[in-house]
Design a protein around this ligand. Structure first.
Ligand code: PEP
Length: 245
């Protein structure tokens, strides 16, 4: 199981210190084979990495600039710079970035630049509430997968995070049957695109210690992308424990 903490635009040094309580958990036999990944803001990547480098925990970024080379892009950070912090993973295509105008084309460029740096990509896809209401979920997922992953070969370095936009930060989660159906559709689309059928698929959207036991019942889910609840080390540990027990 993958447990990815997306800290969004939150977090400071004290939060990192609290999160190191997960180091001992990650070393226990029961949890060793699972992946715990922290994605703090860019400014904390290096400090976080220095704190966890001797543990089983990994670090990831939340986005990057689409240009793979260095260049005159004030205020931006590319995959090369992210790699130099010790990060191993990168979240791309998050709906909060799509909402500010990030297109599938730009995301595809970012994915290629991350592959070039050997970063493992957590590619977020998911439908908006209006698209769900119009019964367009399958169409949206297919478009995001087809356009976002265009030209990718090294597919073993890509994890899909299915995040219904209407579920992010709202406390509302899909029914297990709906989640299973959408994840199976993602697998079918990937197979049609001749991408790996063994691709790991995570769920993201309002995961918390109260609902995770139920969500973890869904056999198609290989882990969770967790926003709000991951800022509390206590809640994050609780989520991990309840998913695995
Ligand atoms: C996210 O930001 O990817 C996310 C799933 O957020 P939350 O858990 O807060 O809904």
């Amino acid at each position: 199981m993958y447990f990815v903490a997306n800290w969004k635009m939150y977090g400071n040094k004290a939060d990192i210190d609290n999160s190191t309580s997960l180091i001992s958990l990650s070393k226990l036999k029961k949890y060793k084979k699972h992946k715990i990944i922290y994605c703090p803001p860019y400014t904390l990547l290096k400090t976080f990495y220095d704190n966890i480098k001797k543990s089983n925990i990994s670090i990831g970024a939340q986005n990057c600039h689409s240009n793979s080379d260095y260049g005159a892009f004030t205020g931006s950070i590319n995959a090369k710079l992210i790699k130099s912090t010790g990060a191993k993973y990168i979240i791309l295509g998050h709906s909060e970035n799509r909402n500010t105008g990030e297109s599938d084309l730009i995301i595809n460029k970012k994915i290629h630049s991350a592959i070039k740096e050997n970063l493992i990509i957590i590619y977020c896809i998911g439908e908006k509430l209006s698209e769900k209401r119009k019964k367009n979920t399958y169409k949206v997922l297919k478009k995001q997968l087809t356009k976002g992953l265009k030209g990718t070969k090294k597919f073993e370095n890509i994890i899909i995070a299915y995040e219904p936009v209407w579920s992010i930060g709202t406390g509302i989660i899909p029914k297990n049957s709906e989640l299973s159906r959408n994840i199976n559709n993602i697998k079918k689309i990937l197979a049609k695109l001749k991408k790996s059928i063994n691709t790991k698929i995570l769920y993201g959207g309002s995961v918390n210690p109260k609902n995770v036991r139920e969500l973890a019942q869904i056999k198609e889910i290989n882990g969770f992308l967790i926003g709000g609840a991951s800022l509390s080390a206590k809640k994050f540990i609780d989520i991990i424990k309840k998913s695995i027990n």
